[in-house]
Design a protein around this ligand. Structure first.
Ligand code: AHR
Length: 318
């Protein structure tokens, strides 16, 4: 009888070698270091869950780190993944700039890097293999187009904007896409724009300030659903009807937004899909195996006006 598990494994391994078989069943699983932005929104919670569940399903050893929305924490996490000699590093960059130094360190250690969700600005694209995520500019355009096509009131249209995290790709690109479309009609003007950092609490706080100073707000454009939901509370507390007195356009299409739409308080939500886990795990394995990747892999997304919310709600996965 065999004395230990290790001797049992050696016997199996020897048997497979003698039988002329490779040893994939005994090979170490791929180790993926993932540096997440934080837990700022319903979208992010779904994204984290998707990454954890898919790593498990794919037999990937996941080292997960939550940066609490701070770039310095993400940089620390990446350095720690390098020190631990993980096979692949993936991260959703909090902001677009300031990554070159740490990514050069990963490159020198020969650890491939995959960007998920948010892109970066760099003069050296060889610092990462690929980027998997949404086209945020297109999301902003969809929001602007819906507004131009569906706004019923007359005269000037004053829009207040709740921006995402300052310097983040979704905040920069959603703003750009939205502005690009609305400038086609001079009636539509952004009268105020401030960051709500993608959170409900800041969305509420900034909307309260807008409502105190601005007498006429026709539309709110929120860069994510959480800020829109926070702002809805502020609008109600100010004695107004969200979705009627102020038209609300937001982005993500999380369940909370569907509930607000079904209650008639949010007019439309542009979809941003957080379920990137399965794709990330498949690509991490291919990257480790040396298979070339396209530089950018875009997620397919829709748009949900409030009239479609009740029908769509049962199909929503996040
Ligand atoms: O980067 C994606 C954005 O980040 C989502 O729209 C937002 O909800 C999140 O926090």
């Amino acid at each position: 009888m065999l004395k230990s598990r290790r001797s049992l494994l050696s016997v199996i391994a020897a048997g497979l070698i003698v039988g002329g078989l490779a040893l994939p069943a005994l090979a170490a699983p791929l180790t993926l270091g993932f540096a997440q932005v934080g837990a700022e929104s319903e979208w992010r919670t779904a994204n984290t869950q998707s990454i954890k569940d898919s790593a498990k399903a794919a037999g990937i050893n996941l080292k997960f780190s939550d940066a609490q929305q701070k770039q310095e924490n993400q940089i620390k996490a990446i350095r720690s993944f390098i020190a631990q000699k993980v096979d692949v590093i993936a991260f959703a960059p909090v902001v677009t700039t300031g990554w070159d130094t740490v990514l050069k360190e990963a490159k020198s250690a020969k650890i491939p890097v995959i960007l998920t969700d948010r892109s970066i600005e760099t003069k050296d694209p060889s610092l990462y293999v690929t980027m998997i995520g949404s086209d945020f500019t297109e999301e902003g355009r969809k929001a602007g187009k819906w507004l131009l096509d569906n706004y019923k009131g007359e005269g000037d249209v004053n829009i207040v904007e709740l921006q995402g995290t300052v310097g983040s790709a979704p905040a920069i690109e959603r703003k750009k896409g939205f502005e690009e479309v609305i400038k086609a009609n001079p009636r539509f003007k952004i009268t105020r724009s401030q960051t709500g950092d993608f959170t409900r609490s800041k969305g509420k706080e900034v909307m309260e300030a807008f409502l105190k100073t601005d007498k006429k707000i026709n539309v709110l454009f929120a860069h994510n659903d959480d800020m829109a939901i926070g702002a809805i509370q502020a609008i109600e507390e100010a004695g107004m009807k969200p979705g009627k007195d102020i038209i609300i356009v937001s982005i993500d299409s999380v369940k909370g937004a569907f509930e607000a739409m079904m209650a008639g308080k949010l007019n439309v939500s542009v979809e941003c899909n957080p379920l990137l886990g399965p794709q990330l795990m498949a690509i991490a394995k291919e990257v480790k195996a040396g298979k070339p990747q396209p530089k950018r892999i875009n997620t397919k997304e829709g748009i949900f006006p409030m009239e479609t919310a009740a029908k769509e709600f049962p199909n929503r996965k996040y």
